[in-house]
Design a protein around this ligand. Structure first.
Ligand code: ATP
Ligand code: MG
Length: 299
């Protein structure tokens, strides 16, 4: 069993696509830190939370072994690790504690541009280059297709040109890399985004409480980022026409404007408010329309 620890330890990608956003996320929860000399550790100063900086592929294993409690990682890496463990009959199961909505990408099968796509059966007997053999293998079984995975840890997209494989199964966000290699995505086998991964049980030694605090702040920070305050004025007689046109959000607050037959309306909404929405409100009789960002919130 792992040694008792009273500080939460979070694994984050050292560099790469998820490193900076993950640190920003932790900073938005009020975490400040001091970096270790070897740039492996961030010692939390404001909260009992330390950050371990690692390669993303190592994150699920660190959580499974109890070295870290949580990690910020792509679902693609988490799923691949889970299937690998299942295949080996090892019982450590991880789950997604939060979906973060960034680091969005797909694990796609891509074929040479000049090839026609008729469906998964076409892959029968072909060599498929991938860094995700388990996820690909599961999908192939589901499709009842027998193909040959060629496992590569990088530069999967050049494998067909090198004659190492016939097609690829790789991560895609814009498709630019595939296009540059005369490949086109034809089917998606996994939709991915960055997630907070953790064990599928509660943490021990008081670390669950720290994790709860961190996640509560994180949820608040996410809500805050999307929150806008919409303000407007309108004639008292038009309130019933204007209110139904407001974007869905919280209960609007309607205030009487001193000495006038006018009201001021304010409502907290999620996400941005479109120009067309504002124009619609104006046509209905609203004026002084304003959309403001929200700096802080405590219900
Ligand atoms: P490391 O050195 O930590 O192993 P890496 O090269 O494996 O880094 P990155 O390329 O930094 O990993 O990607 C990290 C994660 O970013 C991916 O696992 C995936 O979840 C996500 N991601 C988002 N878009 C893309 C994309 N277009 N290509 C690859 N990964 C993407
Ligand atoms: Mg990696």
């Amino acid at each position: 069993p792992a040694q008792p620890r009273d500080r939460l330890r979070v694994a984050v990608q050292k560099s790469g696509r998820l490193g900076d956003p993950a640190r920003e996320l932790l900073a938005s929860c009020g975490l400040t830190w001091r970096e270790s000399r070897d740039r492996l550790f961030l010692y939390g100063e404001s909260l009992p939370v330390d950050v371990l900086l690692v390669r993303d592929d190592d994150i699920p294993g660190l959580i499974a072994d109890g070295v870290c409690d949580l990690g910020v990682v792509g679902r693609n890496v988490l799923v691949e690790h889970g299937l690998e463990h299942e295949a080996q009959g090892r019982g450590v199961r991880l789950s997604e504690w939060r979906q973060l909505g960034w680091g969005v990408c797909r694990l796609d099968v891509a074929i040479p541009e000049d090839l026609e796509w008729t469906g998964p059966a076409q892959l029968e007997g072909l060599r498929i280059a991938t860094s995700y053999p388990q996820t690909l293998g599961r999908w192939l079984r589901e499709q009842g297709v027998d193909a040959q995975p060629v496992v590569l840890n990088g530069s999967v997209e050049i494998a067909p040109r090198l004659g190492q494989a016939d097609v690829v199964c790789d991560l895609v966000s814009t498709g630019g890399t595939l296009r540059a290699n005369q490949l086109r995505p034809v089917t998606t086998i996994l939709e991915s985004e960055a997630v907070i991964a953790g064990p599928d049980h509660t943490l021990e030694d008081g670390r669950q409480e720290i994790a709860d605090l961190l996640l509560r702040r994180l949820d608040g920070a996410v809500q805050l980022k999307e929150a806008r305050l919409l303000m407007l004025r309108t004639d008292r007689s038009l309130v019933d026409t204007v209110l139904p046109l407001l974007p869905v959000g919280h209960e609007p607050t309607v205030l009487q404007v001193d000495g006038r037959d006018e009201v001021s309306v304010q409502v907290l909404v999620h996400g941005s408010v479109s120009w067309s929405r504002l124009e619609e409100l104006k046509r209905a009789g609203a004026s002084n329309l304003m959309v403001l960002p929200v700096e802080g919130m405590l219900a």
